[in-house]
Write a protein that binds this ligand. Structure first.
Ligand code: MN
Length: 249
């Protein structure tokens, strides 16, 4: 059953791909979606659903208040899912693709899929990288962190700078390249580092921090820095490590 399903998925992607003109290849782009690890979401377009949060709305208090969490998940994220599916219904080229493949393929001017596909992926990842009981990085990730940043604290400093440096709405990211090295980047709006037709250089997102005002304004108002330092204490480095290791294989 699993094999058959995988085969059908790959076949549909290959068929869709053959209809698209090849776009300039990029040596730093993440592994081809067909060959990389399991998708973040066990669903394909246009049948995406709102994933469960995985913990109670108040589980991250006081870092994130329950009301913000409920509105963020049940209203904002649900809206991205609804609008993504509606957009995908009109664009059959994406049928059967998982969310990473959609982000990888979307063109910069396809704003419905770009904004809502990004919104769905970004928030699905965001809920998973947070935990009321965060774990520490694995040895493998800790080594990569020390290689790139010198320490976890320095990584947090640089991630904070990236989050504070986003003008308006967007995300700060910790990503990996195919060689296992780490980098910090940011994107505006719901853009994502997997979008090769949107970002300057693609990379594979390990964690993202939402710095849209809807993520923090009820509790923190204009004090984005206080929100970012609180959220950094809730990052589940165990999950981030799993993501890092499963991507690199
Ligand atoms: Mn958000």
């Amino acid at each position: 059953m699993m094999k058959k399903r995988t085969f059908l998925k790959v076949t549909s992607i290959a068929t869709a791909g053959s209809l698209i003109l090849p776009i300039t290849s990029c040596t730093t782009s993440p592994k081809a979606p067909e060959t990389k690890t399991k998708s973040l979401l066990d669903e394909v377009g246009p049948n995406f659903t709102l994933p469960a949060l995985g913990y109670a709305f108040n589980a991250l208090e006081p870092a994130v208040d329950a009301q913000t969490m409920q509105i963020h998940h049940d209203k904002h994220h649900a809206g991205y899912v609804k609008n993504l599916n509606a957009g995908l219904e009109k664009e059959s080229v994406y049928s059967g693709m998982d969310i990473e493949t959609i982000l990888n393929r979307v063109s910069a001017n396809d704003t419905v899929i770009r904004n809502n596909g990004g919104g769905h992926f970004n928030h699905s990842l965001f809920w998973k990288i947070l935990s009321p009981t965060p774990a520490q990085p694995s040895d493998k990730l800790a080594n990569a962190i020390n290689q790139t940043f010198g320490s976890l604290n320095e990584l947090k400093n640089q991630l904070t700078s990236a989050a504070l440096g986003v003008f308006g709405s967007g995300w700060a990211w910790l990503c990996t390249k195919d060689d296992g090295s780490l980098l910090i980047t940011s994107t505006p709006n719901q853009d994502n580092p997997l979008m090769k037709n949107v970002v300057k250089a693609t990379s594979y997102p390990l964690l993202g921090i939402d710095v849209w005002e809807h993520a923090y304004y009820l509790k923190y108002q204009n004090l984005r820095g206080n929100y970012v330092s609180a959220i950094l204490e809730k990052i589940d480095w165990g999950y981030v490590s799993d993501r890092y290791q499963s991507y690199l294989g």
